[in-house]
Design a protein around this ligand. Structure first.
Ligand code: URP
Ligand code: ZN
Ligand code: ZN
Length: 467
């Protein structure tokens, strides 16, 4: 078994901040203590670095089919990119076919990941149909480690479930310990508005956000929160983009409900004003819910600081912008004549930790503990991975990042690892970045060099929700 000693670092978890050494044996943290001096295969000097648990991105879409195309990162390229930015676990989504079983979907998504992922991965299940005979599948999946179910109030043609079915699934999850994740947007109002724009010849990308106003997100968030209260089950609202939806979550939490919210770097860093001119370059920023006005960013940052929102995940779902670029099929270009046809999603898995560090710790004075909480520990707890992940503790997986606060990094598509040829954060310089990333005891990135091996990531059977 290989051994590594990480010496002289400043260990930061969601709750602690102290100087100590870590002994890694095989894939686990074996010992934490002061002045450890045993013989090991490697000694890493972490002087001047934060030593933090690897990040957890609990919302990614690698190799996701959307219409005629698939998101451009697969589990290999996407997890290499994640690791470069300090993320050592992702949780992706298997999507049930409307006429299919959830187990078949899980098998299909595991086949995409196995042999490719370089970091560990779990799976959520997207429920698209729930006749009574499929209810026992939900129980079986929870027992098998797929403990969270995502449902949609948007995309009526592909993914939306009616309120009765959402409620049925919530009740079942309440009985079997499952956790409910909701994509909260009012799909039928959005479809009506979008078609109205198209009929009026308003087809450029800036009409995408205009067809998805704040109220359509907040209305759906409010509705699913009330349904979850009625069903007696915790609910996690994914990719909260609007301050109005966040306020619905805050109000529920103030009433004592187990309601949780996630936001994403694109809602914290990007602004509608930057693509409001209608140019087709705006297609790069088309995702759902949409990127809001600049004034909407600060309430989301504040909500993360005050725990009205709990996590930052990416909803990483990249599509190439240029037609046929480097042999890849037409992707964002599909919507050149109609914003409704632009594949929804933005890249981000590589830069999540960079952007939360810069925006949270550097610009807004967050503690490093809060940074670890929102980028790692909160997701580990909510999605049944704690303390194996999201912690620096004896027996935890040795997913460890040496975060150098004095290692500036400029985000550029030319040098990023994501398989997409633009970066929404092009040119942003962050003050600190990962110097070294260890995944289950192996150094897989050092000085921006990938040292890992395709397929070394393992599937994570997750436990049930805890907080
Ligand atoms: O635009 C987005 N977010 N695409 C990914 C699918 C989803 O709804 O999360
Ligand atoms: Zn979604
Ligand atoms: Zn998503």
């Amino acid at each position: 078994m290989s051994t590594t000693l990480i010496r002289n670092g400043r260990l930061v978890t969601a709750s602690d901040d102290y100087r100590a050494d870590i002994l890694v044996e095989g894939d686990k943290i074996k010992l934490i203590g002061a002045n450890l001096s045993m013989q090991t295969d490697r000694v890493i000097d972490a002087t001047g670095k934060y030593v933090i648990p690897g990040g957890i991105d609990c919302h990614t879409h690698m190799d996701l089919p959307v219409g005629s195309v698939s998101s451009s990162d697969d589990f290999e390229t996407g997890t290499i990119a994640a690791a470069h930015g300090g993320t050592t676990t992702i949780i992706d989504f298997a999507t049930q076919a409307r006429d299919g079983s959830m187990h078949a979907a899980l098998d299909a998504w595991l086949a995409k990941a196995q042999g490719r992922a370089v970091i560990d991965y779990g799976m959520h299940m997207i429920v698209t149909n729930l006749p009574d005979e499929l209810l026992p599948e939900m129980d079986a999946l929870v027992r098998e480690g797929v403990t969270s179910f995502k449902m949609f109030t948007a995309y009526p043609d592909r993914l939306l479930l009616d309120d009765g079915t959402i409620f049925k699934a919530m009740q079942r999850a309440g009985e079997n310990g499952g956790f409910v994740m909701m994509h909260a947007e009012n799909g039928s109002v959005i479809d009506y508005l979008a078609q109205k724009f198209v009929d009026a010849g308003k087809t450029t990308p800036n009409y995408h956000p205009l067809s998805r106003p704040h109220q359509t997100e907040a209305d759906a968030a409010q509705r699913v929160i009330l349904l979850s209260e009625l069903a007696g089950v915790p609910v996690y609202i994914v990719h909260v983009s609007s301050h109005l939806a966040m306020e619905a979550i805050r109000a529920a939490r103030d009433r004592g409900l187990p309601t949780f919210g996630e936001t994403c770097p694109q809602y914290l860093w990007l602004a509608y004003e930057d693509y409001a001119d209608g140019s087709f370059a705006g297609a790069k920023f088309v995702c759902s819910p949409p990127i809001r006005e600049r004034a909407n960013q600060e309430p989301l940052w504040r909500a993360l600081a005050s725990d009205d929102l709990q996590t930052v995940a990416t909803d990483h779902c990249p599509f190439c912008f240029h037609e046929g670029y480097k042999g890849l099929p037409k992707q964002k270009e599909l919507g050149r004549d109609n914003f409704k046809k632009i594949p929804n999603g933005v890249p981000g898995v590589e830069n999540r930790m960079h952007l939360v560090y810069q925006g949270g710790v550097v610009q807004r004075g967050w503690s490093m503990n809060r940074f670890v909480q929102v980028t790692s520990t909160a997701a580990a707890k909510l999605f049944g991975l704690f303390p194996r992940k999201g912690a620096l503790a004896i027996g935890s997986d040795a997913d460890i990042v040496l975060w150098d606060p004095h290692r500036p990094y400029t985000i550029r598509a030319a040098t990023h690892f994501m398989r997409v040829f633009y970066n929404p954060y092009e040119g942003v310089t962050v003050d600190g970045s990962p110097l070294l990333v260890m995944a289950r005891g192996r150094v897989i990135f050092e000085n921006d060099q990938f040292l890992g091996r395709k397929g070394q990531g393992e599937y994570l059977k997750r436990g049930t929700y805890a907080w």
